[in-house]
Design a protein. Structure first.
Length: 680
């Protein structure tokens, strides 16, 4: 059912209109099955019905409308002729759609689709339920409680330490009182024994709590473990189908799918792995003719491998394609103002490769649902770092690209090295700490305009942590230096002092602080103090940015009041897209077809045009062609959002001058918004 009352009202009105026109048109086709104008009109009606159903997630209605559309499309293209039998079949589909629409709007479930009969289960003599279904959310909640228990355990250890200190102080007082021969000595001795007994009881309870907590944590983690095949099994067919759609040949080999990991790793890594494999097919693997000319087999090889190494999981995506075009990457970086001419010459090949992980970076000039959106590798890096992991890329020209990701096996708790700046404590994940040393000012020296220290005979840039996180704090003569390592890069962080290590449960930042540079989470320490958990990868990037004079200042992001012209003939789809765009902060003007859009373009300025293709009066392709014919609109971004998703449809969109072509097999509003922001 459609839960949103406004969308339900719009769908009711629009579907009744579509169904009435389809009904009238099919009755006409029973008598005149070759009427091209009516076939064209019914094709548009079924296409619109399919698009509206898809937007609302009504898969059964979408499927029926798609079958109707396919029959009409074949007839309009002259590939087949309508017969009495085919028209009867379309009438049956129309009746089915009516029942489904009624059900979606809150009516009775269609009798044509009864619920399956209940299964009969014969209980054995000794009835015993061996397994139960548990919602993953309940496991998540249980894991969160385990994390809270870890915090309580830490706080209890802190209390025991305080009690120990109190017992020692009391024993000292008792000794002094006894020597002075006071009458209160015996009473104080009894109190001292009670404190000691209480301390011992606390210690015993703490030991039991630690043992119970460890066992509980192990079992909860075990319940959350799933094999990598849960996600890996989705990819071989995806790679095959993507390659076929682009006229390429490619196969995917999978290794290590039997390894079990925390379910959150599977959830967070599914989309990034999909991006990497799509990029391998779209950007890496050449077409068969090109591969043969290079002496390679016609079929490209892509591998997805996983293995466990020292308490971590290593995942690698590798292809044997053409490798990265470093010149093209440098050209895009220059065009976007990320570096200047002198700067691009000073970057190593590895540094140029890392540019691909910047937000919105893409060398593709045309956006489709496969690639070129400029969000893929940024999503990969963010998700890996969110999981406290690291990612590295390596390319060999003509031989392919390898991307390796290292992820921790445990995600519920994190062990931090606590550092003090002034009166506050900050935590650095222990897995990123290479070593720590104490250094005086006389041991610093200059390197690339930044302080540096000598570590094992190698210079390491050392930045004051207070400066990186914008905290005012005087610099003492003698400081502690925490050397962190992210990938192959090392960075020294100068802090006032090191305190201790502590196991904590990081809590993600809530709105509006979803993404704060250099900080990944907050955590409560055993003492009750709130501690910021720092992001090592961000700290390295921040230091690199401060010490890179070749980098230009990026223009500030424009305030989200960009005027958008939305062109869509379906009232329902138009209402949903207006809602999506306005909630994202855009100012939307709607047009009902291409002619209406041209009229509105002549009276106002817009930052982008988002248009459907199949529309009456003037379709989206013709609208784009007319926009590009006007010099004033030469650079106006045009995004085609449509259900037409064949390679031929995409080629036509590219030829008329569209900047992006987003098919709607499953509408992704994030893709639309990310594409808009990138093009604007």
């Amino acid at each position: 059912m459609i839960e949103d009352p406004e969308l339900a009202r719009l769908f009711r009105a629009e579907s009744e209109e579509h169904l009435a026109r389809l009904d009238e048109g099919l009755l006409h086709l029973e008598k005149s099955p070759s009427d091209a104008a009516v076939i064209e009109e019914l094709f548009r009606e079924s296409h619109s019905m399919k698009g509206a159903s898809r937007m609302l997630g009504l898969a059964a209605i979408e499927s029926a409308a798609h079958e109707l559309e396919t029959t009409l499309n074949s007839a309009r293209k002259g590939e087949s002729s309508l017969t009495g039998e085919s028209v009867d079949r379309m009438n049956g589909l129309l009746s089915k759609m009516r029942l489904l629409v009624e059900s979606a709007l809150g009516g009775k479930a269609p009798a044509a689709f009864p619920a399956p009969p209940a299964e009969r289960i014969e209980a054995p003599d000794a009835f015993r339920i061996e397994t139960v279904r548990v919602e993953t959310k309940k496991l998540d909640d249980l894991l969160s409680l385990v994390g809270e228990l870890s915090v309580i355990q830490g706080r209890m250890q802190h209390r025991i330490s305080l009690l120990d200190s109190l017992a020692e102080d009391w024993a000292g007082i008792e000794r002094r009182r006894t020597r002075s021969g006071t009458a209160q000595a015996e009473s104080m001795s009894r109190i001292g024994r009670k404190i000691a007994s209480l301390r011992d009881a606390f210690f015993e309870d703490g030991t039991r709590l630690e043992s119970t907590f460890s066992a509980l944590e192990e079992r909860v983690h075990s319940a959350r473990l799933l094999p990598l095949s849960t996600v890996f099994s989705l990819f071989p067919r995806m790679v095959r189908d993507l390659a076929a759609s682009e006229g390429k040949e490619a196969s995917l080999s999978v290794e290590g799918a039997e390894i079990t990991v925390d379910k959150r790793i599977l959830e967070e890594m599914k989309d990034p792995l999909m991006h990497l494999l799509r990029n391998a097919v779209d950007h890496g693997i050449e077409n068969p003719e090109q591969r043969r000319a290079k002496g390679k087999p016609a079929e490209g090889r892509i591998s997805l491998r996983a293995n466990r190494v020292n308490g971590s999981i290593l995942i690698e995506v590798q292809d044997d394609g053409k490798g990265l075009d470093l010149a093209a990457i440098g050209s895009v970086a220059l065009k976007r103002g990320l570096v200047d001419e002198a700067g691009i010459q000073s970057l190593s090949e590895s540094q140029i490769e890392q540019l691909l992980f910047l937000p919105g970076f893409s060398t593709s000039g045309f956006v489709t649902e496969i690639s070129g959106r400029g969000i893929g590798l940024d999503v990969v890096r963010n998700n890996v770092e969110k999981l406290k992991g690291e990612i590295r890329m390596n390319s060999l020209p003509g031989a392919g690209v390898s991307i390796r990701m290292r992820l921790p096996l445990s995600l519920a708790t994190t062990r931090l090295l606590l550092a003090r700046i002034g009166e506050r404590l900050y935590g650095i994940p222990i897995e990123s700490v290479y070593t720590s040393v104490r250094v005086g000012r006389e041991e610093w020296f200059g390197l690339e305009g930044k302080p540096a220290i000598n570590l094992e005979g190698e210079p390491v840039i050392a930045a004051r942590l207070a400066e990186l996180i914008s905290v005012d704090s005087p610099s003492p003569e003698k400081m502690a230096c925490i050397v962190i390592q992210v990938g192959e890069e090392r960075l020294g962080l100068l802090v006032d002092d090191l305190v201790t290590e502590e196991e904590v449960v990081p809590k993600p930042l809530g709105a509006p602080l979803v993404r704060v540079r250099n900080v990944s989470a907050l955590a409560m320490l055993g003492s009750g103090e709130i501690c910021a958990v720092l992001n090592p990868a961000d700290l390295v990037r921040s230091t690199r940015r401060k010490s890179a004079p070749v980098a230009k200042t990026k223009p500030p992001v424009k305030s989200a009041v960009e005027p958008i012209l939305l062109v869509e003939d379906s009232a329902l789809v138009r209402a949903m897209e207006i809602r999506i765009l306005e909630e994202a902060g855009f100012q939307v003007t709607a047009a009902v077809d291409g002619m209406d859009a041209l009229e509105k373009l002549s009276h106002a300025k817009f930052s982008a045009v988002v248009s459907d293709i199949l529309m009456p009066n003037l379709d989206g392709l013709s609208l784009t062609r007319k926009i590009r014919a006007e010099p004033a609109y030469r650079d106006l971004p045009v995004i085609l959002v449509t259900s037409l998703a064949t390679d031929e449809d995409k080629r036509r969109g590219l030829e008329v001058g569209a900047n992006a072509y987003i098919p709607k097999p499953s509408f992704d509003q994030r893709l639309l918004l990310d594409t808009l922001r990138r093009l604007i």
